[in-house]
Structure formats: C-alpha cells, structure tokens
Design a protein around this ligand. Structure first.
Ligand code: MLT
Ligand code: ZN
Length: 460
C-alpha cells in the first residue's frame, strides 16, 4: 500500500476490507451516469457500524473525502468518485436485523438491495411498497439518500413515508439514532427526514427501520394507446376518478421503439404517439368501472386502443414495456432530465416544453416517459452518432437551462426522484431560493464540519 494515508488506515483497522485494484476503483467509482472517469483513492467495505465509524474518523484526521456507496444505480452522479475520494461501500452490511410484528417494522442494514427488502417483508406476509426497475441492484441506503420514488408513488408515496427510524454516522463519526421507530414524536426537529434525500452529504445511513403494510389487493394491468399529450392528462383524470390506481405510467412511441429493439413484445398494433401502463385494484365492480372508463375515453377521442392483461405473464409483459426503457436506452448513455410539477400545472407546462424541445432538439432522438400520475417526467436525450460527447453535453446543458427557467415559472422541480448529485447542481437555484440554499449549506456544515461527506454533490 503506497499511499501513507491508506497505510495508516490499514494499520489501525487490520481487518478492514480495502480495495485498490484498478478494476475495483473503476467499478466502485462510477454510477449509471457513465459521464465521469472514476478515480477514487480506494474502496473500503466495512463489516459493521463500528468499523465504518472508525473509517469516518480516520477520514477526518487525514482530510480524505468520502463517497458513501450503495448499489450505484443512481442517475445523477451522486455516487461518483472521480477526485481521489475513499468510496465507503455498504455492500457487506446487507442483513435483516429484526422484524417486529406488533409495530409492523423491518430493521435492515443499509446495504440490502431493495429486492431483498421486498422478499424479507413478503416472508412476514407484509409489503414494503416502494418499487422501481433497479430493485435488484439498488440498495435501501441509496433509496433513502435520494428519497427514491418509482412506480407506486401514486398509491404509497415516496421512500420518506416508509422510514420509521434511521441509524446514521455523521461527518465526525458520531452515531445518531433518529426517531427510533416512533409513529408520533413531537420533540423538535425531525433529523431523520433531513437525512432522507440528503444524498450522502449529511451522514452515512447504516441502518433503517422500515414501515411495512398489508400486501396489495389483487390488481389488473392495462396498456392504453393515446393520440395526444393532452389526452394523457384527460385519461389520467378519468381513470383516477373511477378506479383505485396503483400505478399510472406513460411512455412515447420513441421509448417503445427502443424497448422493442431490446427484446420486449409489442402488445398493441399500429403506430400511436403515447402509451400508458396502468395498474388498479381489481374486483368485479372495478372491472366494470375500468371497462366503462375505457369506453368513455374512446368516445371522447382520448384513447385509440387498449389491452388488459389476462394473466400474470401478460401483466409482466405489459410492465416490461415501461420498466425496460432505462435498460434499453443505457447503451446510448442518454442525457436525463427528471422533472416534477404539480399535476394541475402539467398541461400548460407540457405544451410549452414540447414546443421548446422541438425547437432546441430538432434532430435528436428525445424519449419521454415517466410517472405522469405523480407529475414526474423523464426526458431522455440520445446523442446523435456524429456529435462528440462534449458537444452533446454542452447542447443538453443549454436546453436544461431553458427547461429549468420554464420549470421555475411553473413552480416545478429540476429533480423529482433521481437527486441533484453532480448532474443537476448548476440548476438547484431554479427549484430552491437563495435563502433555502444558504440554510441547506448551514445544515451541511453542522452535520459535517470538515465537508468530507460527498463533497461537490448537491451544491456547486
Ligand atoms: C424510471 O422511472 O424508469 C427510473 O427513474 C429510471 C430512469 O429514469 O431512467
Ligand atoms: Zn422514474
């Protein structure tokens, strides 16, 4: 070990798993953005909380920056280590610590994958309801650090709603037990909620007590084809008024093209500009209501075609059309916008933004999809073959600036669920006031006085 700081760490913690192999530095130094060249100092994989605290204390003594690391499926660069940081991977801290059937809570280490959390809840006959396509690789600690949303927010809310308690290592190595599983706790600032969505800048989440709920009732999955963006909002209002929705997701024909090329099966014939995958509680009356809503949508000219899944396999095939989009676009290394608006503000915003993107990206493949029922749009721009990476990013940044200004006018947010990370820090001011950002910086200073936790993320 040539680096004196690392030699000191290895001497102090002889059992600590430390990786410095170039392939490991590359693997652990990047997330799904693939925009930055990984260059961490080393990777530490502590086995327990005490070891992790000791690493954070060492980092303070040696003034080494730390990048907390979960599954690195993030899309904003929040887990990127490109400046000689120590990557602190929670990978080995991935166990269930306890289940309480009275409280209906599951306590887990932060390195567990979301999928493993789902399975552990299911074993107890209960549900952890936050869900999205990266479930097999993302970690619950990363979900908490970004307040992850996903495909069931319309029914269950964001990660924030499901965290009953957090154990966190602050920037100075101190251990904090936040909220300790309480349902009611009116005893001052809720530091747990401050940590959720803080993107690793206030502390390292090491354990979480998760709320569980009843398993969902039987449901049905429907795919709809729509002629216009305006129709999308009309159909959403129609379906929401008549059914209990579990999900209402949209994508465009461009997204469908990519996902079909990636192996998914077409479910509706013909060319249609917009599609919706919706899932709703099923009962005999709900099936009648769904049919009536569908017919009403057709009569109004808002729905062109539709199909309802007749089996679990068909439901999975319909979901694949939506959930497979990210993976199908990944080889193109898309520039991603992840924006949020009040649902009531969407129609006017969408008209404006369609015109803006049509004008600014006339020759680019622009792929729209997302959680329209939550007011959350993912706008992915694909690099044309004849454009260099740097020219492409520069053009996308120019358009994102215009997008951010438009969002600001409509009262939206530059990040709905992916976080700010490195990708969107230049646009934080379009969503947060100067006074808010000053307070956020002040909070960071209190939790992490030496500024060693994920520096450069969230703030410019
Ligand atoms: C999704 O909704 O599929 C995820 O947020 C991932 C993405 O935006 O690519
Ligand atoms: Zn999403």
């Amino acid at each position: 070990m040539t680096d004196a700081r690392l030699a000191a760490l290895a001497a102090r913690l002889p059992n600590l798993r430390l990786l410095t192999d170039p392939a490991d530095l590359e693997h652990y130094g990047r997330d799904w953005t693939r925009r930055w060249t990984p260059a961490p100092l080393a990777i530490a994989l502590p086995a327990d909380v005490a070891e992790l605290q000791a690493v954070v204390r060492w980092a303070n003594e040696q003034q080494v920056a730390i990048v907390p690391s979960g599954g690195r499926t993030g899309l904003s660069g929040g887990a990127v280590a490109a400046n000689g940081e120590l990557v602190l991977s929670l990978e080995r801290m991935n166990r269930v610590l306890g289940f309480d059937g009275v409280d209906r809570t599951l306590t887990v280490q932060a390195g567990m994958t979301l999928h493993a959390v789902h399975e552990a809840a299911k074993e107890q006959g209960l549900l952890y309801p936050v869900d999205f396509a990266a479930r097999g690789s993302c970690s619950i600690g990363g979900n908490i650090a970004t307040n992850a949303g996903g495909i069931r927010v319309i029914r269950y809310g964001n990660t924030r709603e499901w965290i009953a308690g957090l154990t966190v290592v602050a920037g100075n190595g101190e251990l904090l037990q936040l909220n300790r599983g309480l349902i009611k706790n009116s005893s001052g600032y809720d530091l747990r909620q401050l940590l959720i969505g803080s993107e690793g800048t206030l502390g390292v989440v090491v354990e979480a007590t998760l709320r569980l709920t009843d398993p969902p009732p039987p449901s049905q999955v429907m795919l709809l084809a729509l002629p216009t963006m305006d129709a999308l909002m009309e159909v959403f209002a129609l379906f929401r008024s008549r059914l209990t929705l579990q999900a209402f997701e949209f994508f465009t024909d461009a997204a469908l093209r990519h996902v079909l090329a990636h192996g998914a099966q077409r479910a509706i014939d013909g060319e249609h500009p917009y599609y919706v995958v919706t899932e709703f509680d099923s009962s005999e009356s709900a099936q009648d209501a769904a049919l009536a809503a569908f017919e009403s949508g057709v009569d109004h000219g808002w729905i062109s075609d539709g199909v309802i899944a007749q089996s679990d396999a068909q439901a999975a095939a319909l979901w694949r059309l939506r959930e497979g989009i990210t993976e199908s676009l990944a080889p193109h290394r898309p520039y991603k916008n992840d924006i949020s608006l009040r649902i009531s503000a969407l129609p006017a915003f969408l008209r404006e933004i369609q015109a803006l993107l049509g004008r600014e990206y006339p020759h680019f493949d622009v792929v729209w999809f997302g959680h329209i029922g939550d007011g959350n749009l993912h706008i992915n721009v694909l690099r044309p073959d004849d454009l260099s990476d740097s020219d492409f990013i520069a053009q996308c940044e120019h358009v994102t600036k215009l997008l951010a200004e438009t969002l600001q006018r409509h009262g939206g947010s530059i990040s709905a669920e992916h976080g700010i990370g490195l990708v969107k820090r230049a646009y934080l001011g379009s969503t947060r006031s100067e006074a808010e950002i000053a307070l956020m910086r002040g909070v960071r200073q209190v939790f992490d006085p030496n500024g060693l936790l994920n520096p450069g993320k969230l703030f410019v």
